[in-house]
Write a protein that binds this ligand. Structure first.
Ligand code: HEM
Length: 205
């Protein structure tokens, strides 16, 4: 059972808002510079349009990618550590079950899912947010293999070698982009959540 919050208005603490927006910025830089790096040596039969990539050329894109990766990894760790040790991770994201997700998904599709209490995530949100946490972790780990392949032999072998890690990295990126697209639609459908993620509560103070 999730605990009721002390105040129904204060749903998103400051550390959460800060790490979330830094993370969103880091993801934007990582993905768009990553597309430019991919274009230099594509593994599939297509390239990304240059106009939506960052860095201008391979060297520039690598600089952006390497700068933002520290940002993403350290900021992500801070988010995870605070979430874990404050007990928030357990409180907000569990329990979650296939039955609960199906129930909330069907309620959402029928327009019957309430959003009055922003300190409570429904099971579809829980599973989506847990998924993206695991996906970004996989992106960082496969990125480590691509960056320092020799230094991480076990990780490399777990990802079917260097070439395998490129596919894992690409696939995890595609899933992250898909998450962000769905995430933005959801935010647009319930705009008061955006206000909460900016100022920490449903109404500005
Ligand atoms: C770009 C990568 C992004 C990722 C990986 C991401 C991930 C997440 C995660 C994991 C949460 C739950 C945080 C928690 O409670 O611990 C969340 C919440 C939220 N995100 Fe994002 N986000 C991204 C971008 C954005 C963008 C661009 C926007 C808005 C334009 C946005 C708006 C929100 C809002 C409003 C919530 C709160 C939802 C609610 O209270 O129901 N996010 N995001």
């Amino acid at each position: 059972m999730s605990q009721p919050s002390a105040s129904p208005k204060a749903s998103h603490p400051r550390w959460l808002r800060l790490t979330h927006w830094l993370n969103a910025l880091a993801v934007l830089v990582m993905v768009t510079s990553g597309w430019r790096i991919y274009n230099a040596s594509p593994i599939y039969d297509f390239s990304f349009p240059k106009s939506i990539t960052l860095g201008g050329w391979l060297g520039g894109a690598l600089q952006w990618h390497f700068a933002a990766m520290w940002f993403l990894a350290i900021n992500g760790l801070v988010y995870l550590i605070i979430n874990l040790f404050s007990g928030r991770l357990k409180r907000r994201f569990f329990p979650v079950s296939p039955k609960g997700v199906l129930h909330d998904l069907s309620a959402a599709l029928r327009g019957k899912l309430g959003h009055a209490d922003l300190s409570h995530y429904n099971q579809v949100q829980r599973v989506a947010y847990l998924f993206v946490i695991v996906d970004i972790t996989l992106l960082v780990l496969s990125g480590l293999v691509l960056w320092k392949s020799v230094q991480f032999p076990i990780l490399r072998e777990l990802m079917w070698g260097y070439e395998g890690a490129r596919h894992v990295h690409f696939f995890a990126m595609a899933l992250l982009v898909a998450f962000v697209a769905v995430h933005l639609v959801m935010v647009a459908l319930v705009p008061k959540t955006l206000l909460a993620m900016i100022v920490g509560r449903k109404e500005p103070v």
